[in-house]
Design a binder for this molecule. Structure first.
Ligand SMILES: [Zn+2]
Ligand SMILES: [Zn+2]
Length: 367
């Protein structure tokens, strides 16, 4: 917990007047309207306000001095209470929202998360996926009201539907308003006489749901898709949250992704690179012909245009790059071994003697 005296930059022995002055100065300095888009300033502003709330109250200051803590009587100081203090201090229209305008019980539902596993072909050609989630959905019997069918909730007369009770008092800053949750309705802003049996008054129940997710072509591993309004429904008729779908792409056995290009290291027998060949090559789009010219070096890259991953933005696709890796056989049989030795001899290339045991058999084969 922050030290309130430190927050206001005053001594522990500071007089009420000094505390008030320090607060006014800091509050104006860090006011969010004067520091738009600066969350640090806003936080500082709230800290300053929280410190002043305690130190400006003789009783609460005494309790804080004695116990090093002060349990505020507002449940969540930033969930409404302080907003009202700002209002009192700086007047309305300060950009802090319209607390109490919306019925308290009708809060937006939670965001939910899910994930989908895709193959590279899904990424390249798109498609649909089902996503199963457990989520809060509108209670049918009460249509989300929380009240038994045929009845309806009534607006709480104590708080007028805001869920908060405000107390106004005079302070050094002028009128100061604090808010605390309404006791009559428990902060919901409305009262239900006959609670719906199905949902117990929440207006929503937990259910299994399956949503269809369109796979965006070109999507990358680790991307998160946002499906607006597919999250949990809010309590008692509140709006839906969002559904966030995390995308995982399984590695492909051959192709690696490099941006929107695909890369494949293709092993080609040394006879084919030496003599040239035309081989059938399986791209994601089907079988195509790969022409390997005579005398191709290891490391040479051949490109299939537009056989890569579609560009997420814009048209077209990346390429498929096939990098040639010369495959050297290590499983020669006797005949192949002797042919290769003859070949080396014809070219005058010195090669190692065959391992012991292999030599005599080869020799006898040719004698
Ligand atoms: Zn109330
Ligand atoms: Zn219900």
């Amino acid at each position: 917990m922050a030290d309130y005296y430190e927050t206001l930059g005053v001594e522990k022995s500071a007089t009420d007047e000094q505390i008030k002055r320090a607060y006014k100065k800091l509050a104006r300095q860090h006011h969010p309207d004067l520091n738009p888009g600066d969350p640090a300033a806003e936080k500082r502003f709230k800290d300053v306000a929280a410190a002043y709330e305690v130190l400006s109250d003789r009783e609460r200051r005494a309790r804080y001095d004695r116990f090093g803590t002060d349990t505020p009587n507002v449940g969540d100081p930033f969930g409404g209470g302080l907003g009202d203090i700002f209002e009192a201090f700086f007047g309305s229209g300060n950009g802090f929202g319209d607390h109490g305008q919306q019925r308290a019980a009708q809060r937006r539902g939670e965001d939910i998360e899910a994930h989908i596993d895709l193959d590279l072909t899904d990424v390249v050609f798109g498609g649909e996926r089902d996503v199963d989630v457990r989520t809060a959905v509108r209670c049918e019997p009460c249509d989300g009201s929380g009240a038994q069918a045929g009845t309806s909730p009534t607006t709480c007369s104590e708080c007028g539907g805001s869920g908060q009770v405000r107390r106004v008092r005079q302070s050094v800053l002028g009128q100061m308003v604090t808010a605390s949750p309404c006791r009559d309705c428990g902060g919901a802003g409305e009262r239900i006489e006959n609670v719906c049996d199905e949902c117990g008054g929440l207006g929503r129940t937990i259910q299994q749901r399956t949503y269809k997710v369109e796979v965006p072509v070109g999507v990358d591993d680790g991307t998160t898709l946002r499906l607006g309004g597919r999250g949990a429904v809010g309590m008692r008729g509140g709006a839906h949250g969002d559904l966030f779908v995390h995308v995982r792409v399984r590695p492909h056995p051959l192709f690696q992704r490099d941006g929107d290009d695909l890369v494949h290291g293709l092993y080609v027998p040394f006879t084919q690179v030496a003599l040239g060949a035309e081989v059938e090559y399986q791209t994601l789009d089907g079988v195509e012909t790969l022409v390997i010219p005579r005398g191709t070096e290891s490391g040479t890259t051949f490109t299939f245009r537009n056989r890569g991953v579609p560009h997420v933005r814009g048209r077209g696709r990346g390429d498929l790059r096939v990098e040639i890796v010369v495959d050297v056989p290590d499983d020669l049989d006797e005949e192949q071994e002797s042919l290769l030795r003859q070949f080396a001899e014809a070219r005058g290339e010195a090669v190692a003697e065959p391992p012991h045991g292999l030599f005599s058999r080869i020799k006898s084969a040719f004698s």
